[in-house]
Design a protein around this ligand. Structure first.
Ligand code: PLP
Length: 379
């Protein structure tokens, strides 16, 4: 095999395409000295909003801070129940706890790996019956790039007077019914962690919303609750800004983003064609355009998964397990989950079954075939 090594994410191929532009953009920031709130931040916000088709984008310091600022803006705090999937990255559950609210873990759908709507309904009913917490918000996660069931989440939130927050950290670029994430729910939180679909060279994030009122609150909260002018403090905020250098880097990457999304879809289609009928994969439903942040298999159990992962490793192919533990089993969240809640069987099963394959826009057809050959030989 003379084919190039396969990586899980590839940031080098991408950098080579925009390196000259990046050097120019970075040099301009270094010369301007405007490292905080430089013009690149507003320029990027304009590009992000235009891409998503939403009215406002607000750059922030990370995806986690985007979630936190969005919840602070709604006044989420003590006594509030925030419903979120048990099968997601830790940040989704951490934020309500930091704000004094209680995360209520909801099971996920065995096919899409996203929030189970029947289980969400059951948990809201249980919290209401218990009468201890106020149902306040639902955080839908678009796991691995696949949009959650936003029409259903929005309808439930409207009915219950709750805030619908889209944790789109893994899914920028995805669409549902032709409508991109950023226009679903009250706001969408993006992460620019380097390996996300749009990644910076450090931490960064953004909030997308159609609400002018929310966008203004987000801008205030990311700058210590600042008012119309500097040193006027209207509310308790945080230092949650996106820095100018990261914005400059992201602007260069935005030039590639459309093509990269098409290439991710091309890779996913090839994986799906090769693996269909042989191994289960995250299920994509009609109207869902995944951003393909990750390509994830659902194997029969830990033995088959270990076998496939070993075979990939022997062939020099990396793979990863997102996530080996559902959040309600994490020591940090056990107390918040509490005793006596209904079990979360799908989240628990998936933790033993999922395996993510290499996924990035620069995988060649031959490389995808190599990965599939190794998977099929071991599965
Ligand atoms: C990455 C991620 C976050 C956090 O984003 P950071 O930029 O790393 O803070 C939140 N939620 C999900 C689902 C993520 O994958």
């Amino acid at each position: 095999m003379t084919d190039a090594p396969i990586s899980l994410f590839d940031m080098a191929a991408q950098q080579a395409l925009v390196r000259a532009d990046m050097d120019r953009r970075i040099a301009a920031v270094l010369s301007s000295g405007r490292f905080i709130n430089g013009p690149e931040v507003a320029e990027l916000e304009g590009r992000l909003a235009a891409f998503a088709g939403c009215a406002h984008a607000v750059g922030v310091s990370s995806g986690t801070d985007a979630l936190q600022i969005a919840m602070m803006a709604e006044g989420v705090g003590r006594g509030d129940a925030v419903f979120l999937p048990a099968f997601t990255y830790t940040a989704t559950a951490e934020v309500p706890l930091v704000l004094g609210a209680t995360p209520v873990f909801v099971d996920v759908d065995a096919g899409t790996f996203n929030l189970s709507i029947p289980d969400l309904e059951a948990r809201i009913a249980a919290v209401k019956a218990e009468g201890r917490l106020r149902p306040r918000a639902v955080v839908g996660v678009d796991l691995f790039g696949l949009p959650a069931d936003w029409p259903a989440i929005e309808a439930i939130c409207a009915r219950e007077g709750m805030f619908a927050l889209d944790d789109a950290a893994q899914a920028f670029g995805a669409a549902l019914g032709g409508k991109r994430l950023g226009r679903w729910g009250g706001a969408a939180a993006l992460s620019f962690y380097p390996t996300k679909t749009l990644g910076a060279y450090g931490d960064g994030g953004a909030l997308l919303t159609d609400s002018a009122e929310r966008a203004e609150l987000y801008r205030s909260l990311r700058t210590h609750g600042e008012g119309g002018h500097r040193y006027e403090v209207l509310r308790t905020g945080m230092n949650g800004r996106l820095d100018t250098l990261q914005a400059a880097i992201l602007l260069c990457k935005m030039d590639l983003f459309d093509q990269e999304l098409r290439d991710r879809a091309r890779v996913a289609a090839l994986y799906r064609a090769r693996l269909a009928g042989r191994v289960a994969m995250q299920r994509v439903e009609a109207g869902q355009d995944s951003a393909w942040g990750l390509f994830t298999l659902r194997l029969e159990g830990p033995e088959q998964r270990a076998r496939v992962q070993d075979a990939l490793k022997a062939a020099g192919i990396p793979s990863a397990i997102y996530y080996p533990k559902p959040l309600h089993h994490q020591p940090a969240y056990r107390a918040a989950h509490g005793e006596g809640r209904a079990p979360l069987p799908v989240s628990e099963a998936l933790a033993h079954q999922v395996l993510s394959l290499p996924m990035h826009p620069y995988l060649t057809e031959a490389q995808v075939h190599r990965v599939c050959d190794a998977v099929l030989a071991a599965a």
